[in-house]
Design a protein around this ligand. Structure first.
Ligand code: 5GP
Length: 183
């Protein structure tokens, strides 16, 4: 992925001296050796305002490693090697706050064991129990976060849905009025 560059143009406008480009293959959120949390604050801020087309390019880059056994940033979060704000945890799932929240409440719920579930589109019948457990955990999170009266659960599966981390995860979103249809 050496030829693919992601953070450029407007993101670096006015600050580009000595920093022409950043290599997306090193930056991807799937790469635990280069997590978002290691980026300077100004880049993390820039990421929260990336355009839709950048988001899509990022998702396509992330998908290139989708089916490898490569650990993702979420493995480091599960191992507590990098910090996260944990909202709920049991023996099978972990729920923690998204680093780039899209709503007042934005929590990710993930299986602790990926077991081939890089994305929902790879689910097999044997995954039925953990998939049900993840949904139930999403409901527990909604209760704990005080949004049980109205919340949204989203799973992005694959590049066309802008999935960026290839370890199945549910987004639990709430705390504001959600719009429909979703984008
Ligand atoms: P996806 O785009 O794959 O559906 O969602 C991945 C989510 O993971 C994004 O909402 C992104 O903000 C979040 N994320 C990526 N890296 C980190 C991280 O290091 N910590 C936390 N808490 N969230 C992350």
């Amino acid at each position: 992925m050496n030829s693919l560059y992601f953070l450029r143009g407007p993101l670096l406008a006015g600050r580009a001296v000595g920093f022409g480009f950043i290599n997306a293959s090193k930056f991807t959120a799937n790469n635990p050796s280069f997590p978002l949390s290691r980026l300077p604050l100004r880049f993390r801020r820039a990421l929260s305002s990336i355009s839709a087309s950048d988001e899509e390019a990022f998702a396509r880059a992330a998908a290139l490693n989708a089916d490898s056994e490569t650990p993702t940033i979420f493995d480091k979060i599960i191992a507590k090697e990098i910090p996260s704000t944990i909202v709920y945890e049991d023996e099978k799932v972990l729920a923690f706050r998204d680093i780039s929240p899209q709503a007042p409440v934005h929590v990710l719920v993930i299986p602790k064991l990926r077991d081939g579930l890089t994305q929902l589109g790879k689910a097999d019948q044997r995954h039925g129990e953990i998939l049900g457990h993840l949904l139930y955990a999403a409901k527990i999170v909604a209760e704990k976060e005080g949004i049980i009266d109205g919340f949204r659960v989203v799973i992005n599966s694959g590049p066309s849905a802008c999935q960026s981390v290839y370890h199945l995860h549910l987004h639990v979103l709430g705390g504001r009025q959600m719009k429909w249809p979703a984008g």
